[in-house]
Design a protein around this ligand. Sequence first.
Ligand SMILES: NC(=O)c1ccc[n+]([C@@H]2O[C@H](COP(=O)([O-])OP(=O)(O)OC[C@H]3O[C@@H](n4cnc5c(N)ncnc54)[C@H](OP(=O)(O)O)[C@@H]3O)[C@@H](O)[C@H]2O)c1
Length: 286
Amino acid sequence: MAPLVWLITGCTSGFGSLMVQQILSRGDKVIATGRTLSKLSSLQESGAAVLQLDVTDSQQSLNATIVKAIAIYGRIDVLVNNAAYIQTGAWEDLEYGEWLAEFDANVLGVIKVTRAVLPHLRERKAGTIVFLSSRSGWYGDAFCSAYSGSKFALEGIVEGLRWETEQFGIKTLMIEPGRFRTKFLSPGNLRTKQSHIPDYEEASRNFIAYLAQNEDGKQPGDPLKAVEIILDLVRKEGVAEGKEVPFRLPLGRDCYETIKEKCEETLKLLKEWEGVCTSTDLPRKE
Ligand SMILES: NC(=O)c1ccc[n+]([C@@H]2O[C@H](COP(=O)([O-])OP(=O)(O)OC[C@H]3O[C@@H](n4cnc5c(N)ncnc54)[C@H](OP(=O)(O)O)[C@@H]3O)[C@@H](O)[C@H]2O)c1
């Protein structure tokens, strides 16, 4: 197999950084991007090309960055939309600007970067676009609505993209991690907000303490195992050898259980309420 050329957003830590190292070790080429170029120097020393890219940059600026990226190896075969952050906080406490910033990075940023790369993939009638969704794209936890909303939005827009672009030989892949041990919930990456509304104050304090004491650095998922599966899926080897690569894949037992439970609950609801759900159609004209 000829080496693939990957471009990944958000490579300064976590899944992004690990993915770059694993891609290089499998013999592919990679353009590692991030908001702060200096944080990418160790990846550059390992053999990655690096570019400054903030997904909240303007479409014009991102288009120019992607032109530069394509010039490095002459093409991009795989785009990984990885960059994102989690803003926690109660609905009523998050300011409009905080909601907007969450969607700007996690949804609109993905749209802009993908729009900048799509014409290149369409022209070549080949390529894979990977999207890092989440268990939060299936389930909205209390105090996580902004993040969940952004991942639910991602699920919808990417499903549509899939149907529009598969005719051009473009493969879309939605990865849905559960809780994985990266810097995602660490101070500096996690953005959180203590409620000052008396009704939420205690629950909010408990939630923030829970994330710091029970989740950050204690998540059950091994990010290296997840990254190896993502590479297998794109390169159709390892766990994906000889298999039809699915459109979406949950990773982590927690995510698997959440989705299973939600599907079972939904099927139960559809069965119990089928008569009501389907009672609203106008009479058919024969
Ligand atoms: N870890 C989990 O439990 C988990 C679970 C489900 C889904 N995910 C998803 O996995 C992806 C990667 O997260 P991670 O776990 O690897 O977390 P992470 O260690 O916090 O990494 C997030 C990366 O995104 C970058 N980033 C944030 N905003 C950016 C922007 N505006 N432009 C460019 N880069 C930006 C960060 O860069 P800076 O250094 O500049 O901040 C960092 O490199 C995300 O899409 C996340 O939603 C993670």
